[in-house]
Design a protein. Structure first.
Length: 282
C-alpha cells in the first residue's frame, strides 16, 4: 500500500550525534509533508523535551511521546491518549530499587531516577548536575541539563506524584546492574512496559504503552491502515514500532535488536539515513 504516514524516532535516528537535525533530513521531511504524507514524532522524550527544529516544521502535527505513554496534537497542545502508571507498580519499582536491596556486590554503582509527568521531565539533581557520572555521554549533557527539572529527592517526589506518572526512568551506569534490574522488575512488577533507548537508561511505563501502541492509536485516529505507515528507529524501544509499521527502517547505527526488527537498513544518523529512507518512499 502507499505510505501515507511516517513515524520518526528522534535521538540517534532523525537527529545527528550532536542532537541536531541535518539540512538533508529536514529537506526530506519537508518534501514528504509537501507530498501529503503525515509525518509524526515517535520518541521516548517527554513533550516539553521535543526539539523545536523538528516540531516547528510545518505539517508535523502529532507526537507519540514518553515511549507511547502519551500522544499529543502539537497544534492544539491536547493530549489525545495517555496511560498513567499504576500506584502498585510504582511502589514495587521503588521497593526493588532501594539501594540496600539492589547493590550487593554492585556497591558504589549508583542508580538515579527520572520521572515524566504530563509532558514534563524531572530528574534527580545530582544526575542533572553531572550526567556523565551516571553514564551519559558528554554530548548529551546539554540536552539533559536543558530539559530536566532538578529534584533533590526523586524517590519522595515520585511517591508524591504517584498517580500522575507517564513513566519512570532508571539511570544506571553499569550495564550488568541494568540487566539485573530489568530482569528483577520484569519478573516481579505487574502492569509495566520496560524498554531502553540508550545504554544507561531503563525506561518503565504502563503495560499498554510502547511506540507501537501509540502508532496504532494514531493510525486509527487518522483513519489509516498500519500498512500505510513507515517508521524509522535506532533503539530497542523502536523494535515494536518497526515491526508494527508497513515498512520499518533502522539506521545503520541502530542496536542489534532494532536492526533485526527492520525491513530495511539505511545510512547512519550522521549520514542522513532518514533522508535516504524518505527518498526511497517518495
Amino acid at each position: 500500500m502507499e505510505i501515507k504516514c511516517i513515524a520518526l524516532d528522534l535521538d540517534r535516528t532523525t537527529l545527528n550525534s550532536q542532537g541536531h537535525l541535518s539540512k538533508a533530513n529536514r529537506a526530506a521531511i519537508e518534501r514528504a509533508v509537501d507530498a501529503g504524507i503525515q509525518v509524526v514524532v515517535a520518541s521516548g522524550r517527554a513533550l516539553d523535551s521535543l526539539p523545536a527544529e523538528v516540531t516547528d516544521i510545518k505539517g508535523i502535527r502529532y507526537a507519540i511521546t514518553s515511549n507511547g505513554a502519551a500522544v499529543y496534537d502539537l497544534h492544539t497542545g491536547k493530549c489525545l491518549r495517555q496511560y498513567k502508571m499504576t500506584r502498585e507498580s510504582v511502589n514495587e519499582i521503588l521497593k526493588y530499587t532501594v539501594p540496600e536491596r539492589v547493590y550487593g556486590y554492585f556497591a558504589g554503582m549508583e542508580i538515579s531516577y527520572e520521572a515524566f509527568i504530563d509532558g514534563r521531565a524531572y530528574a534527580e539533581k545530582r544526575y542533572v548536575d553531572d550526567p556523565v557520572r551516571f553514564g551519559a555521554m558528554p554530548h548529551a549533557v546539554a540536552y539533559i541539563q536543558g530539559t530536566r527539572t532538578p529534584v533533590e529527592d526523586m524517590r519522595a517526589f515520585i511517591r508524591e506524584h504517584i498517580e500522575e506518572l507517564d513513566c519512570i526512568d532508571l539511570v544506571v551506569k553499569s550495564e550488568e546492574l541494568k540487566a539485573r534490574l530489568w530482569k528483577t522488575l520484569q519478573e516481579n512488577v505487574e502492569d509495566v512496559y520496560i524498554t531502553s533507548s540508550v545504554r544507561q537508561l531503563l525506561e518503565i511505563s504502563h503495560r499498554d504503552a510502547g511506540k507501537d501502541s501509540g502508532a496504532a492509536f494514531l493510525m486509527k485516529y487518522l483513519g489509516l491502515e498500519r500498512e500505510e505507515l513507515a517508521a524509522f528507529g535506532d533503539g530497542d524501544n523502536d523494535t515494536g514500532l518497526l515491526k508494527y509499521a508497513g515498512i520499518g527502517f533502522a539506521v545503520a547505527n541502530a542496536s542489534a535488536a532494532c536492526l533485526a526488527a527492520a525491513d530495511e537498513i539505511v545510512a547512519s544518523n550522521d549520514e542522513n539515513g532518514v533522508a535516504q529512507g524518505i527518498e526511497r518512499i517518495l
